[in-house]
Design a protein around this ligand. Structure first.
Ligand SMILES: Cc1cc2nc3c(=O)[nH]c(=O)nc-3n(C[C@H](O)[C@H](O)[C@H](O)COP(=O)(O)O)c2cc1C
Length: 186
């Protein structure tokens, strides 16, 4: 008898960014077969925006950053994931990704997805010299530095990586990717 086929999953990583944080959180409710990787900073920021990981549907597997070796990432090498999403992505995570550093759950998702040739979508936070962003206490102005903007541009040059700048672009990239996955599995 053949073993049951495991459906492939989407690996979504939440970093410690408040930029469109609650909107990304809401979007996750719509994704089937989802594993959520949470950086240590993200686990704190979730609470600051008065959200709870427990609010997510039971079918979402939540994976927190508790190991130095990013042990849960091993599943990337066993074909479990069809897509990686990092949304929202802090300037910290983007900078590390661009320089090939992988020392957190988020940067390991990016690096190992890349090494396994798994398409990755990154919703970068710092994309313009002046932006409005939601702090826990309300809207604030933020002025990303030249290095932050340059790093986002460098990220666009990576293999199999789609960088999106708005929530609409994120939704569109997700829809396109899920349609592609569905078409190839049917
Ligand atoms: C309430 C709150 C909101 C934050 N929002 C952002 C943000 O929008 N963009 C950003 O780059 N960092 C933001 N940070 C800072 C990051 O959480 C911090 O740089 C952290 O080290 C990122 O770690 P990570 O990239 O591993 O998640 C925020 C921090 C707090 C407390």
């Amino acid at each position: 008898m053949n073993a049951p086929v495991r459906p492939q999953r989407l690996a979504w990583t939440l970093t410690g960014s408040g930029h469109f944080f609650t909107e990304c959180f809401d979007l996750m409710h719509e994704i089937p077969h989802l594993d959520l990787f949470v950086t240590r900073a993200a686990a704190e920021v979730v609470r600051m925006y008065r959200q709870k990981l427990e609010q997510l549907p039971n079918r979402v597997r939540v994976i927190k950053d508790t190991t130095a070796s990013a042990a849960p990432i091993g599943q990337f090498y066993h074909g479990l994931y069809h897509t990686a999403v990092i949304a929202p992505a802090t300037s910290n995570t983007v900078a590390k990704c661009v320089y090939g550093i992988s020392d957190t759950l988020a940067t390991n998702v990016f690096a190992q997805a890349g090494k396994c040739r798994i398409p990755t979508i990154v919703f970068a936070c710092d994309t313009a010299p002046e932006m409005d962003t939601m702090a826990p206490s309300g809207m604030v102005k933020v002025y990303p530095r030249r290095i932050d903007l340059e790093n986002v541009d460098r990220l666009r040059t990576f293999e199999a990586t789609t960088v999106v700048e708005t929530l609409d672009e994120l939704k569109q990239a997700l829809r396109a990717r899920l349609a592609c996955v569905n078409a190839s599995s049917s």
